[in-house]
Design a binder for this molecule. Structure first.
Ligand SMILES: Nc1ncnc2c1ncn2[C@@H]1O[C@H](COP(=O)(O)OP(=O)(O)OP(=O)(O)O)[C@@H](O)[C@H]1O
Length: 256
């Protein structure tokens, strides 16, 4: 579980996160949504320890980041998997080498153990025959699955995904969303996804947090999205005509 208390971050005196409180639970996929510039990436970077907030606490299963020793912070990094926007694979390395990278970096496992684990996670993301391929030989969806395999190869407690669907068609996006959600449940991971993909919100938002100008403007589940009157959320969601219609249909159904 990750708990965020009163998280405040500014750049050159301009506040970007203005005191965020949030809890992210094990085995659940949480989405952080919001318009461009609302602070989603800065929020994720603070959780990853890449940016240092001026105020507030972030705790990982009860351990407050600011109070951890350098060794504890290093250990925490091993517990974090990250799926970057655009996959961020090493182009000149094979799929197998890409996925094995964290194991080489963080463990002393012999090759046989490493390759066994690599094959296990590649199998889990349905890429059992791709070991020797290079990223350029794969589709965007397959690259994303390699990125997920690499993110979970260390068996992380926490998984962060930055716009995992960017550049993917709606069908492939759903496959990736479902895969992340299944893996989250299977391995009881605390998963946080940054997204502005409304399909993801509807498909996998067990917890949704809406950021607006660095403030948490709304929190709820995907079921509640259609039923809330919160102006900030409805402005964000129903800028799409399709979702406006879905909402009207849902409310009509509710009133029967
Ligand atoms: N290193 C930085 N220095 C100064 N300002 C920054 C820095 N990083 C982010 N910001 C500012 O913080 C605000 C929030 O940016 P952030 O990248 O978190 O938005 P976002 O919600 O992730 O947007 P998008 O959906 O476009 O990725 C923006 O106004 C941005 O210009």
């Amino acid at each position: 579980m990750i708990e965020v208390k009163d998280l405040y971050k500014e750049f050159d005196g301009t506040p970007v996160l203005k005191g965020i409180n949030a809890t992210f639970e094990n085995g659940k996929t949480s989405l952080v949504i919001g318009t461009s510039g609302s602070g989603k990436t800065v929020f994720l970077k603070c959780l990853l320890g890449l940016l240092h907030p001026e105020r507030g606490d972030i705790s990982y299963d009860g351990n407050i980041y600011n109070q951890m020793s350098p060794d504890e912070k290093r250990d925490l990094k091993k517990d974090i998997g990250m799926v970057f926007q655009g996959s961020a694979l090493f182009d000149s390395s094979t799929v197998e080498e890409n996925v094995m990278f964290p194991l080489k970096m963080f463990t002393n496992q012999p090759y046989e153990e490493r390759i066994e684990r690599v094959n296990f996670v590649l199998n889990r993301v349905n890429l059992e025959n791709a070991n020797k391929k290079y990223p350029a030989e794969l589709s965007g969806g397959m690259q994303k699955r390699v990125a997920i395999a690499r993110a979970i190869v260390m068996n992380p407690k926490y998984l962060f995904c930055d716009e995992p669907n960017s550049g993917l068609d709606p069908k492939t996006s759903t496959v990736i969303d479902t895969l992340i959600q299944e893996i989250t449940k299977e391995y009881n991971i605390t998963t946080i996804i940054n997204s502005h993909d409304m399909n993801s919100v509807m498909e996998i938002g067990e917890k949704i947090i809406l950021l607006k100008n660095g403030v948490k403007a709304w929190e709820g589940t995907s079921d509640e999205v259609f039923r809330t009157d919160n102006k900030d959320l409805t402005n964000f969601v129903y800028s799409s005509n399709l979702f406006k219609k879905v909402r009207e249909a849902q409310l009509k159904e509710d009133s029967k």
